[in-house]
Ligand binder design. Structure first.
Ligand SMILES: [Zn+2]
Length: 341
């Protein structure tokens, strides 16, 4: 039945009608708010390229966690800026690491807030890569840990040796009170290694949210300032995915599911909505998407210049991620969007 019998505009006449037939709705229960924890006390340092996002000392992170929870946002994801960095990412797995301290404090003060612990080594490595780095020259073959080579030198991010540190980090975070372990490094086999590590430590009930399809992306730029995690040489293309590959993304997700992931994630969100939609079609696990720093920074910058309506674009961007099929959205807009919906 076509026009003139059918007139789709009939249901668009008022906000009441539009709301009645709306297909996609946002709820605060689906949001996760990222927190960047740094040493010190009373520290609240704004990230230059992410207005409204801060590096927070543990005491300030607790306040932020309280506010987040009071707005109906059920979860935060924790990233750490350690005091010191080294070649074995000690700050990631040390029991007194910065995220471990924050997790203990938040668990004590906001016990019903779900804490997701991002598991990666880049923030804790002096070279800023997500795994152990080895010079690829013949002089160092066999060395599991080596001094990172200089700019332009050949190097390798060692997969299997990195897994041990990821598992160790996961156990340490879970023991500190982190509720969900979220590996973001893109090493092969990390989900299985982490599951094994958690189970061996008796943490059989700690779920894993895998950053299963994480693309090497220019949209991470501002995050690297926020988490002080830019690689000191080279880039992350030998482990993060090529943005051109949808089929490979499905293989990444399938492997993580097989290895025991409880939830899966696609990152970034807006430039990869097709990947989110395809993952929703193919997999029955809860699906998350990360609206990354560059997506946030673009909206903020354009709004700051008066070129777009900030709130409207913010909500539209979140609806698009939800409509593509993500049931959980990690976003720097979590608190603000929760106020609006
Ligand atoms: Zn990393």
């Amino acid at each position: 039945m076509g026009f003139p019998t059918t007139r789709l505009r009939r249901l668009r006449q008022t906000e009441q009608l539009r709301s009645l037939v709306r297909e996609t709705r946002l709820t605060p229960e689906a949001f996760v708010y990222p927190l960047f924890v740094c040493p010190g006390e009373g520290v609240r340092k704004e990230v230059r390229s992410m207005p409204g996002v801060f590096n927070l000392s543990v005491d300030e992170a607790v306040k932020e966690a309280q506010e987040t929870y009071s707005l109906g946002v059920p979860a935060v994801i924790l990233f750490g800026l350690p005091e010191k960095k080294d070649e074995v990412a000690t700050g990631a797995w040390a029991d007194d690491g910065i995220v471990q301290q924050a997790a203990q404090a938040i668990k004590r003060e906001v016990p019903r807030l779900t804490m997701i612990g991002d598991v990666c080594l880049c923030e804790y490595m002096s070279h800023g890569h997500c795994g152990i780095v080895r010079a690829a020259g013949p002089q160092s073959l066999g060395a599991a840990v080596a001094t990172p080579p200089g700019v332009g030198a050949e190097y390798e991010i060692v997969n299997d040796a990195t897994l041990k540190l990821l598992a160790r980090t996961s156990v340490s975070l879970a023991r500190a009170g982190v509720d969900i372990i979220a590996p973001s490094d893109m090493m092969d086999g990390r989900v299985a290694a982490i599951r094994k590590g958690l189970d061996a430590a008796g943490l059989i009930n700690t779920p894993i949210l895998s950053y299963a399809a994480k693309f090497a992306s220019g949209f991470y730029g501002p995050f690297r300032e926020a988490a002080d995690s830019a690689p000191q040489f080279g880039d992350r293309r030998s482990y993060q995915m090529d943005g051109a590959n949808l089929r490979e993304a499905m293989r990444e997700i399938a492997l993580d599911v097989e290895e025991g992931a409880d939830m899966i994630m696609v990152k970034p969100a807006m430039p990869y909505l097709d990947v989110i939609a395809e993952a929703r079609q193919r997999f029955d696990l809860p699906l998350a998407a990360y609206q990354v720093s560059g997506e946030y920074a673009m909206i903020e910058a354009a709004a700051h210049n008066g070129w777009i309506d900030r709130e409207r674009v913010m909500m539209e961007s979140l609806v698009s991620i939800r409509r593509a099929g993500a049931s959980v959205i990690l976003t720097y807009y979590a608190k603000e969007a929760a106020r609006l919906v």
